[in-house]
Design a protein around this ligand. Sequence first.
Ligand code: HEC
Length: 125
Amino acid sequence: MSKKITVLLSLVLAAQTSVSVADNANGKKLYLQRCAVCHGTDIRGTGPLANKSNPATPDLTLPGFRKRLDEYPGVIVSSVILRPSGNLIPKTLRENGVKIPPHAWSINDLRDLHQYMSSVIFRKN
Ligand code: HEC
């Protein structure tokens, strides 16, 4: 794991355990604006672009991903920062004429997004 992501992750996890409560409204807004077009409002991979890429957008509420998130709480944050699938996401957006303006992610944004998505994913137990 790179130094940058390690530092960011520890900041996000520290922010989570601090007295400030994560802002689910902000997390939800970020998710709906930037992720739902593929991942779907239900995080089950049901967005309009879900099947426009190869691989398709996965259902993140399935036990496999829940286990992954449990073991590696940084997986959501790292998927935003590290772009582990390379060009796949920008390419899919471009090919389908969807523009998502760039965003200057703050630590709180990453914390809120992580918190919001986790709450939806684990609610479906
Ligand atoms: C253009 C469609 C698209 C958008 C927009 C998108 N994703 Fe994804 N996402 C995917 C696809 C496709 C995969 C599977 C990639 C793969 O397997 O290589 C994926 C995988 C993931 C994973 C699983 C990673 C893992 O290692 O298991 C997470 C978490 C994730 N996305 C979070 C997000 C978040 C958070 C956003 C918004 C900030 C977002 N995605 C926006 C298409 C998208």
